[in-house]
Design a protein around this ligand. Structure first.
Ligand code: SME
Length: 153
């Protein structure tokens, strides 16, 4: 199935524009949109820096509930991105030492940091049950999504 990232960007923009809806609701709807429309996006969620703590807190997400609602900086793929400020694409999670498993069905993961005024305030995290599904197109798409999320935080 062809991925229509252009159309998805437009649909995401419509969600962001709904100023009547609280930010968390908009992020929730966005997570559901991405999970439904992109076949290899099986879990889609946001983590945000938890106040002044050196840890991430789970925000809106779509997919199976996770036990990992708090992740210390440096731990797992998410915690590493909180420190590195860089995208982390994992084609095969079983090859990672510093990885927090949420579900045994997950084969791959991508985490893209979210910046507000140059500060890393959180991230979008996607788990896939398909091995090695993510390309640079996903990175550019998720960077776009995060730049728009930054505008409504
Ligand atoms: N796998 C992540 C933990 C978060 S879950 O994927 C929802 C990690 O290693 O940081």
């Amino acid at each position: 199935m062809a991925k229509d990232f252009k159309l998805l960007k437009e649909r995401a923009q419509q969600i962001f524009n709904d100023e009547q809806s609280p930010t968390d609701n908009r992020l929730q709807v966005l997570c559901e949109l991405l999970r439904e429309e992109i076949p290899y996006y099986d879990w889609v969620g946001f983590y945000f820096k938890n106040g002044d703590r050196e840890e991430l807190k789970l925000g809106p997400y779509a997919g199976a509930p996770t036990d990992h609602t708090i992740i210390p900086f440096g731990k797992g793929i998410c915690g590493q991105v909180a420190v590195s400020n860089k995208n982390f694409v994992v084609p095969d999670v079983s090859a990672q030492d510093n990885y927090i498993a949420c579900s045994i069905t997950v084969k791959a993961e991508i985490v893209v940091p979210l910046f507000v005024n140059g500060e890393n305030v959180g991230q979008i995290d996607i788990d896939s049950n398909t091995p090695d599904p993510f390309t640079e197109e996903d990175e550019r798409f998720l960077e776009f999504i995060n730049s728009k999320v930054a505008e409504i935080l």
